[in-house]
Design a protein around this ligand. Structure first.
Ligand code: WT7
Length: 569
């Protein structure tokens, strides 16, 4: 394989990076030093306090923490002090509702300022925050709210309608707070700005996110307050954030990137963040970069490919010279996308690898390091990563295996909500097994190959095939469905469903559209199959499990491999 390397030159070091010697840092790093940079209350901490309130004792008090821009171009800005006080108010409102430490409060909102106030407010009173992506529909919401036993949901009047439909399934849900009502506005105005921030044990729960595996319903990955230690360290050394930065992370806090690098890690680093609540649109995105003079930009491969497809002319219409550092996460970043960035922005994207479970960036390309284009880079100092075989033995250089991390880095998930066995199943032979396959080269760079399981990554979002299959079989015409990720040049993968229809139903193009809409409406707007194929019978094991591997091999015209465990097919 021919590898192109982007060699860093003096042009890349006009601003010396926060981390200037990776090898040295990797050798001497210890997490205790990282702890020291945060504010502690006698061995206790609070991630939200670190993100916002700590700055009130410094010159950053009146610094802009958030430039917010809505879908229609409306603009607002908030200083660190304003964020602190608004989140105190939310904390007090929640307390008035009887919310206590450890209670689950879920946020189901688009990226409006109240989302950020709420997230911080929940953590400040010691409750556990959950976030729900605003594209979720009834089924996705019911699964998450039921399993988490959330006592409160914070939403708006439009999204509330979806919660109303499933309320009867949620006995533990006591209050729905609707932030765009007069009632709320009144209580927000009245609420006190004084709040005692809960002193949390580093191991106490801070937030949880549902994520998908191959089988079963999504699982609740729980993170402790200590996660902020790693989120901050990585924000500093990987995203290279500093005080004079204007930083734009394009992720939604419905996913872990939005929590770690739009709220906790990045604000702990004290930067001014930009949040754009609108949809993806190449022209708008360049306008935002230009208007706010964004210096550090964290985005995702599908967005980069879509920008690339929108053409170079559009880029040239904007002055993007403020950009200093660019990073990417969520799915493989293809070499073409990096080469395009070098051409049009005069700098590469730095790929970063991590997962909802790992809590913060775990493998990355650093500003101080040359980039082997197509590689995910090297483990963060304090993180031990390896490529291991099924027995947990490290494989040879350049050989394929499971990407694994040595447990014990402080940002790792705390547990899987109500599923301790599931949590344990991640660990084998002393390693955390990521579920990704990859290899490591002689220089210690990690390369991604693919998932070891059937998890789908579409436009960077993680979707479990089982969820989509379950949504499809709810439709009266569907007997069975098998769902796979099909490679796609723009979205990385698209969701493809193989559907067995009821004997009385005739396949048609119209029915395909109906099924797509059905999944959009019941499960989630982003998790529907863009392709559907009707099939007479699904390949299954003798015990009746759908063999998605076979569907995928057939789809891609590859050999189907070992079929000895298959029932007659
Ligand atoms: C999965 C985790 C935490 C960031 C958002 C995604 C894939 C992530 C990369 C990358 C290739 C990547 C992996 C991983 N992934 N980053 N740089 N190159 N694949 O979090 O939703 O928990 O998904 O995303 O398959 O396991 P997530």
């Amino acid at each position: 394989m021919k590898v192109d390397t982007y060699k860093k030159t003096s042009k890349d070091f006009r601003f010396p990076p926060n981390l200037d010697d990776y090898d040295h840092a990797y050798r001497v790093f210890d997490w205790k030093t990282a702890h020291k940079e945060l504010d502690w209350f006698d061995g206790k901490l609070n991630a939200a306090y670190n993100a916002v309130d700590r700055h009130l004792h410094t010159w950053r008090k009146n610094k802009v923490a958030l430039y917010w821009e809505g879908e229609a171009g409306e603009q607002k800005k908030f200083t660190f002090e304003e964020l602190a006080l608004a989140s105190n108010k939310i904390g007090n409102i929640l307390k008035d509702f009887g919310v206590e430490r450890g209670d689950r409060v879920f946020i189901f909102l688009p990226r409006i300022p109240e989302l950020y106030f709420s997230f911080l407010g929940i953590l400040k009173i010691g409750a556990t925050a959950g976030t729900l992506f605003s594209a979720f529909q009834e089924q996705a919401l019911a699964d998450r709210l039921e399993n988490s036993g959330a006592q409160v949901v914070i939403t708006n009047s439009e999204l509330k309608l979806r919660i109303d439909k499933i309320k009867s399934k949620l006995p533990e849900l006591k209050h729905i707070i609707t932030v765009d009502t007069q009632d709320f506005q009144k209580s927000f105005e009245k609420a006190s700005e004084d709040l005692h921030v809960a002193h949390m044990d580093p191991e106490d729960y801070a937030f949880m996110l549902y994520t998908s595996g191959t089988t079963g319903k999504p699982k609740g990955v729980v993170h402790a307050h200590r996660a902020v230690i790693g989120q901050y360290a990585t924000a500093k050394w990987v995203l290279d954030l500093r005080d004079d930065d204007t930083y734009w992370c394009t992720a939604d806090p419905g996913w872990v990137t939005g929590i770690a690098y739009e709220i906790l890690g990045s604000w702990t680093a004290g930067v001014t963040a930009v949040v754009h609540a609108g949809r993806f649109d190449p022209k708008r995105w360049y306008e935002i970069l230009e208007k706010y003079k964004v210096t550090v930009w964290y985005t995702a491969p599908t967005a980069i490919r879509m920008l690339m497809a929108a053409g170079d002319e559009l880029v040239k219409k904007h002055d993007l010279t403020s950009l200093r550092h660019m990073c990417s996460v969520g799915e493989p970043l293809n070499p073409e996308a990096i080469k395009w960035a070098i051409k049009v922005f005069d700098k590469p994207f730095h790929d970063t690898w991590w997962q909802t479970e790992t809590g913060a960036i775990s493998i990355a390309n650093y500003p101080c390091m040359d980039i082997k284009i197509g590689s995910m880079g090297k483990p963060f100092p304090g993180v031990v990563a390896a490529i291991v075989d099924e027995q947990g033995k490290e494989v040879e250089t350049n050989a394929e295996g499971n990407i694994a991390l040595r447990p014990g880095w402080p940002l790792m998930m705390k547990t899987i909500w109500k599923r301790p066995q599931k949590y344990k199943s991640y660990f084998e032979h002393g390693w955390y097994i990521s579920g990704d396959r990859g290899w490591k080269d002689a220089d210690g760079y990690f390369w991604f190959i693919g998932r070891a399981d059937d998890v789908i990554k579409t436009a960077g979002e993680r979707v479990g095939p089982f969820e989509v299959e379950s949504a499809l079989v709810e439709h009266p015409a569907v007997v069975e469905a098998g769902v796979i990720g099909k490679p796609d040049t723009l979205r990385g993968e698209i969701i493809k469903a193989f559907v067995v229809l009821d004997a009385g139903t005739k396949p048609s193009e119209q029915l395909k559209t109906e099924l797509m809409d059905y999944v959009k409406k019941h499960l989630a707007g982003h998790a529907y199959p863009r392709e559907i194929e009707f099939i007479d019978k699904l390949p299954k094991t003798r015990s009746g499990k759908i063999m998605r591997r076979i569907l995928k091999a057939k789809e891609m015209g590859l050999p189907v491999g070992d079929t000895s465990t298959l029932e007659e097919y």
